[in-house]
Design a protein around this ligand. Structure first.
Ligand SMILES: [Zn+2]
Length: 296
């Protein structure tokens, strides 16, 4: 049974469990001249025999789940934004994007290879903001939308009017900016940017799949963006007494307490560290003694 959706020359290849991590929803765009697959997910492995020949693989960014099916298309050219390209070149390259250390790095390195089939591609090529892939009868336009990673992009397919949002996934989890190559400030700018993109359809890699129309998109986008403010207000409340970053990371603002996420500690530390930093800069949090923070 398939729940794929087709809009003109675009097909959303719906992933297992509606693209819940570790799976995801990929896009197939079949022009008169070329066929492109966007973010081939783990879910494509089971259906590889039914996939058409593909000329190019276009990745929205370099994360394990978005490149998990790249190796199914060894004869196609692979394309990523210039800033995420080093991640596709080598295993060390993708591990630098996460920036984990010690045992967390060692364990996740294994997951990236064994579970997500990470396949380095030294000749992967760079695209940039504003680039257009013309497939014949349909085009994919690149909009640089950093924050999740440095090179994260959204892809606009026209004339179908499908905006593929990658990991601006509109989920209840909220924006993820917990990697070494993530930025909360950039993510907020990106949320404002995508808000202004007029599209007929909005697609995401996880959960949502395909949204019909701008009203549905804006409602989801506002809820998604509100998670940032919710994390920040919970943080301010927690800093009602002086706390260290160890305590902030252990408290959990991004993941739910008790969720068995092996990399939760560094992700919480990095995500909430960015909140602390800007609250200090704004005078809303003070460092009352070295390494202890208190809401003003
Ligand atoms: Zn991602």
């Amino acid at each position: 049974m398939t729940t794929d959706r087709t809009i003109g020359r675009v097909t959303v290849l719906t992933g297992a469990q509606h693209g819940k991590y570790p799976d995801g929803n990929s896009l197939l765009v079949a022009g008169t001249e070329e066929t492109v697959v966007i973010d081939p997910s783990l879910s494509l492995l089971a259906r590889r025999a039914t996939l058409p020949p593909v000329d190019r693989v276009v990745n929205s960014h370099c994360h394990e789940d978005h490149v998990a099916g790249n190796h199914l298309f060894p004869d196609a050219s692979w394309h990523l934004h210039a800033l995420d390209l080093p991640g596709m070149h080598s295993l060390d390259g993708i591990m630098r994007i996460y920036g984990f250390e010690g045992e967390v790095d060692a364990a996740f390195r294994k997951v990236v290879v064994d579970k997500f089939h990470f396949t380095p591609r030294p000749d992967a090529s760079a695209y940039r903001d504003g680039d257009v892939f013309d497939l014949g009868g349909t085009r994919i336009r690149v909009l640089h939308a950093p924050g999740h990673t440095r090179g994260h992009c959204v892809l606009y397919v026209e004339p179908e009017g499908v905006l593929y949002l990658g990991d601006i996934d509109l989920s209840s989890f909220g924006p993820y900016y917990g990697d070494a190559w993530s930025s909360l400030v950039d993510f907020e700018r990106t949320l404002a940017l995508v808000r202004d993109v007029e599209a007929r359809w909005y697609a995401t890699f996880h959960h949502i799949g395909l949204l019909d129309g701008r009203a549905a998109f804006l409602e989801r986008l506002d809820r998604f963006a509100a998670v940032i403010a919710s994390r920040e207000s919970r943080l301010l409340e927690f800093l009602g007494v002086p706390r260290t970053m160890d305590e902030v990371a252990a408290h959990r603002f991004v993941y739910r307490p008790g969720d068995p996420v092996p990399y939760a500690e560094p992700v919480e530390r990095r995500s909430m560290g960015q909140h602390v930093e800007r609250l200090v800069a704004a005078g809303r949090v003070r460092e009352v003694e070295p390494g202890r923070y208190l809401a003003a």
